[in-house]
Design a protein around this ligand. Sequence first.
Ligand code: SF4
Ligand code: SF4
Length: 483
Amino acid sequence: MSIIDLDLVEDHERHRAELASIQPDGRRRWIYARMPRGWYTTLRRIVSIVLIAFLVLAPFVTVGGHQFILLNIITREFVLFGMPFWPNDFYLIALLFLTGVITIVLFTATLGRIWCGWLCPQTVFMEMVFRNIEWMIEGGPKEQALRRNGPWTWDRWWRAGVKVLLFAAISFGIANVFLSYVISRDRLVMYIVDGPAAHLELFGGLLFFTFVFFMVFYRFREQACLIACPYGRYMSALVDENTVAVTYDNKRGESRTKWSKADSDARKHADEHGFSRPRGAGDCVDCHQCVTVCPTGIDIRNGIQLECVNCTACIDACDEVMDKVGLDRGLIRYSSLNAIEQGTSRIFTRRIKAYLVVWVVFVAVVGVLFAMRSDLDVVLLRQPKSTWTTMAQGTANFYALNIINKTSQDLPYEIAVVSPSGYSITPLNLPTMVKAEQKMEGRLVIIRSSQAQRTGDETIRLEVRSRGAVLRTVETTFIGPQE
Ligand code: SF4
Ligand code: SF4
């Protein structure tokens, strides 16, 4: 093997030991990606516009009197798709979250990092918003690199200044949107109207998140996907040779050679007449266009790599080259290793079927639990450290009653012991109405009449009724003297 061959092998294998964006001595290697053009880029732009519009507008949509999505951890107010969740519905949120994780696992095992390339807010904002601004202000990769490594001229100053201002302004906007999900849009609007001076703590938090977003998109960039994102880490455990991902067709592409008109004509001639191709040349013309558009700086021709976020930029870049040299598109495409190597691919492998079963079970359980989710929660608890008391009417137990009304209407109610007989309820500080979407807390005394002539403990059943209908039945143990 010649020295040149050894260099090539070393170059092709280097990706296994190094990140494209980090130099061997640990310093950052800045990625200057070129703007891709093509069908996938257009589609991703449309998807990104829809996603950003949803992200920005969703807090301003009201459904049934609720913000469409609200995730207020501090006050424990959770609303998903206009449906409010109470702290005691937390198991549903946890199950929903688990179902989301299993959905991502299933999608990753079948379709690779489709989430990363198309749906992740980091990719959407970085590739579709911030990088476009960068290209507009600073030009293509070559100009960016020259300016960055050159002296601080006026041209470099003003471009850097405008970029920082725009990045900071958009980061501030994103931080506000983020806040509208966390503290609610009504509070956010109120704080804006009051002015920052009236809510300095919150304004400090807003500036902090603005700074975090700014640094992520201005400096950290693709490193968020490569070294910080946990999903990127466990992705490698989920994909296999049947996973459909952005893949280079090495069978068709190798051995790669620089393109020449004569080669191309000879290839076409050979293909048309069923001859073998001259010099065994593959379709890859080694133009590196797929590398120049890659936002993580990798060469997809080295095979599936952890750094590939499946953004499809290299598909568009390669298709453009294929069009120019008169070869078929799809040298880089969505495909699986098996489809390329063996010509066949099975999507529904045993592993995928197993994931599918788990996913279906979770979706069914969540669906049933949502359908059974009650509009009313009743908790009846004996007052702490209390047992029984003897009163003129009989034996008494003291209780605390909590009722959560999850509906959007006020709820008049009454509570009574339905079995066994001989019991009555005396309200103590007990409202007769539970306001819409409110929790009512009150106290009551349950008295076992001395005429019932019963002693000891007894399980009693109570009904909570509203407008003649039984809403809930609860049981509790009534405590009484043994003799
Ligand atoms: S290899 Fe292709 S799909 Fe993967 S990140 Fe780079 S450009 Fe995107
Ligand atoms: S863009 Fe296509 S032809 Fe050019 S180097 Fe990449 S795979 Fe080869």
